[in-house]
Design a protein around this ligand. Structure first.
Ligand code: KIV
Length: 279
């Protein structure tokens, strides 16, 4: 988006992606392609390339701000980036993260923070954790706010979890994850990000609750959709990346080609590859 570009209707010409549409896609077995997004220019590009859902993730703390974790991200930060993404987006479904400290105190605090994110342009809010979060999810959903839950490796709890490691490996941990997923679905969560969990466990969760759209990141191919951090899949992130990341810029002629390839490979079930990217 050059500063002098003339706004137009958007390249895909697709109808806005709604929650109803996402549920239809999921019921029909069409995989949902999600990417993180933090600014207007990328929102426009990702939307034009057919990305179904944009996530204003609190990964913005690490990716944009150079923080060591997502913990320092404030609600103000999330609002700033949600407004920017909403301005650039035309038709993708827009999910915004509730940052650490903006929803844990009470359902009322979560409602206040969610209202601010929705007024900034989000169409769904995402919060991390299971158990205690079910009450908050129900409180938000009853008040008209679509909710995406997030289980497995929940980065806001990185210190409690002892690092960025695969979750739900043993029987007890897997049983807890399955119980939390069922409770969140019962509370009305429409979507569930599963991060760094064994592929078989993620598949089991999705099969048990077809009403819940599971979105995997390091959770194998048998989720309802996939998400990656934009800078990881574009090969911008330095250092050693987790095995679930694929650099879609490798061999691509442009960022647009890389994003289109991501959408195609998610939809065709070619990404993630269980051998290369799974646990
Ligand atoms: O903040 C984020 O980018 C996320 C994704 C990794 C799912 O929560």
């Amino acid at each position: 988006m050059s500063s002098h570009a003339t706004p137009d209707a958007g390249a895909t010409g697709r109808k806005p992606v709604t929650l109803h549409r996402l549920r239809e896609m999921h019921a029909a077995g069409e995989k949902i392609a999600m990417l993180t997004c933090y600014d207007a220019s990328f929102a426009r590009l990702l939307d034009d390339c057919g990305v179904d859902c944009l996530l204003v993730g609190d990964s913005l703390g690490m990716v944009l701000q150079g923080q060591p974790s997502t913990l320092p991200v404030s609600l103000e930060d999330a609002l700033y980036h949600t407004r920017a993404v909403a301005r650039g987006n035309r038709s993708a479904w827009l999910v915004a993260d509730l940052p650490f400290g903006s929803y844990e105190a009470s359902p009322e605090q979560a409602l206040r923070s969610s209202v601010a994110l929705m007024q900034a342009g989000a169409q769904m809010v995402k919060l991390e954790g299971g158990g205690w979060t079910a009450e908050t999810v129900r409180f938000l959903v009853e008040r008209g706010i679509p909710v995406c839950a997030h289980l497995g490796l929940t980065p806001q709890s990185v210190h409690a979890l002892g690092g960025y490691r695969v979750q739900g490996r043993d029987e007890a941990a897997a049983a807890t994850l399955k119980r939390h997923a069922a409770e969140l679905a019962d509370a009305g969560a429409a979507m569930l990000v599963l991060e760094l969990v064994p592929s078989a466990l993620a598949a089991e969760i999705g099969t048990a609750r077809p009403d819940l759209i599971t979105i995997g990141i390091g959770a194998g191919p048998r989720c309802g959709g996939q998400v990656l951090v934009l800078h990881d899949m574009l090969g911008v992130t330095r250092g050693r990346l987790p095995r679930f990341v694929r650099n879609f810029m490798a061999g691509a002629a442009s960022i647009e080609d890389a994003v289109r390839l991501y959408v195609q490979d998610v939809k065709a079930g070619r990404f993630p590859d269980p051998e290369l990217h799974g646990y």
